[in-house]
Design a binder for this molecule. Sequence first.
Ligand code: COA
Length: 254
Amino acid sequence: MSDILVHAEGGITTITLNRLERKNSITSAMYGAMADALATAEADAATRVVLLQGHETVFSAGNDIGDFLNQPPQGEASPVFRFLRGIAGFSKPLLAAVCGPAVGVGTTMLLHCDLVYAGDNAAFSVPFANLGLVPEAASSLLMPQMMGYHRAAEALMLGEPFFAEAALEVGLVNRIVPPTECNGYAQSQARKLAAKPLSSLVETKRLMKKGQAAPVIQQMTDEGAVFQRMLREPAAREAFTAFMEKRRPDFSKV
Ligand code: COA
């Protein structure tokens, strides 16, 4: 079965991360499939809402670390950047249902969703610094804005997880539900949106986001340039190699 499932029904396109054996970590091919699904949903007049979801035990372990080592993204046309620009610029309502770990891009993609529902087992983390990397998806702009500088600095510099209640408190999620009900609850909220006039929702979203649209793209571009450079530097290589070898990284020499 495919690592990304795309199901369109009743005006709702549901994109499911489906690579459980690797904790829904995201490969280049998966970013490409999600970017394509978003582009199709954007262009298709019958699509009114998109829902991103994982499994009740895990949303996503973030970027596939083997991919980081073996085929790091190169340039703005890379599937990961296509996906990030796709979620940042998506004009229709975008929802997410998040249970279990949401690591790296598993958390930062949520900053671009309009409504986020979390299982009470959700654990959000943005451990870029632990990997010798920097934030992406404009999270270095959007997280301080959302939660305040110090909480964002703690999340982005210490890289430790924060949990569903904390995410609710800072406004990253709308509601906490039992994990077994999370995808279904998000689907029911998507159905409510799909029944409303799409033009009204699209214009409401555009008006709420228009002041941020250009700064977000600029921040993504700036982050992307640093991120791609740092992927090839010794600290990141050590972090990825240590992960693959199931040992703690040794940054004493980098
Ligand atoms: N890339 C590639 N493989 C990954 C992965 C990733 N991001 N995350 C998990 N996997 C693999 C593991 O290596 C393991 O493979 P194995 O069965 O061959 O040993 C398998 O998925 C299961 O993961 P495991 O770590 O045993 O699951 P867990 O439930 O104990 O922990 C996580 C889940 C998500 C907390 C943990 O896997 C993790 O921290 N992953 C890395 C997250 C990360 O740093 N992502 C990059 C962010 S930029």
